[in-house]
Design a protein around this ligand. Structure first.
Ligand code: GTP
Ligand code: MG
Length: 186
């Protein structure tokens, strides 16, 4: 990772993932500290001021909606992002399969070389299941070393929500060898 990352004065986080996995809910839960029952397809871009982020770096959070945006739009947003959170829903196996069949190859294809983006894999809706998808995700991480970390969370219960955004910041500011975060479930 280039030294410019160590001096970076802002972090731009892009959330992508299949429809309905909870991208917009995650962003609005972080901001309002409660689960929004109704969400628009796409959240407005949000700037979190430096003094309330764990790394004291102003952080922009950008949502993606396949209904409102074209693939060209998405490619532009990937180029502008410093880190991409690829969200799946732990109760939706197809959204998990699409990490390796679609999202990770797509991001890799559109952020080659110097533009390579660190990735955080985010398993949302952990409130709905009593199992973990982390073992499956670890096998995916063996094939995609741009994945810096993974986390399971819930926009609904707020479990691991601030952690998820912290891992995204950390992937930009302090990139490391891949790691994973496994937690006891409630
Ligand atoms: P698109 O904008 O269509 O791509 O979807 P999205 O990824 O933004 O998902 P959205 O935030 O619209 O959430 C989809 C549905 O999942 C909504 O009904 C949410 O209330 C629900 N949802 C989101 N997060 C959670 C969660 O952590 N737990 C549960 N149980 N439901 C959730
Ligand atoms: Mg949405």
């Amino acid at each position: 990772m280039s030294s410019s990352n160590l001096l970076r004065r802002n972090v731009r986080i892009l959330l992508v993932g299949d429809q309905g996995v909870g991208k917009t809910s995650l962003i609005l839960s972080l901001v309002s500290e409660e689960f929004p029952e109704e969400v628009p397809p796409k959240a407005e871009e949000i700037t979190i001021p430096a003094d309330v982020t764990p790394e004291h770096v102003p952080t922009n959070i950008v949502d993606y909606s396949s209904i409102e945006q074209s693939d060209d739009n998405l490619i532009e947003e990937i180029a502008k992002a410093h880190v991409v959170c690829v969200v799946y829903a732990v109760d939706d196996e197809s959204s998990l399969d699409r990490l390796s069949s679609h999202w990770l190859p797509f991001i890799r294809e559109h952020s080659q070389g110097e533009n390579r983006k660190p990735i955080v894999l985010v398993g949302n809706k952990i409130d709905l299941v009593d199992y973990s998808t982390i073992d499956h995700v670890l096998t995916i991480m063996e094939d995609f070393n741009e994945v810096e970390s993974c986390v399971e969370c819930s926009a609904k219960t707020l479990h691991n929500i601030s952690e998820m955004f912290y891992y995204a910041q950390k992937a930009v500011l302090h990139p490391t060898a891949p790691l994973y975060i496994m937690e006891e479930q409630d």
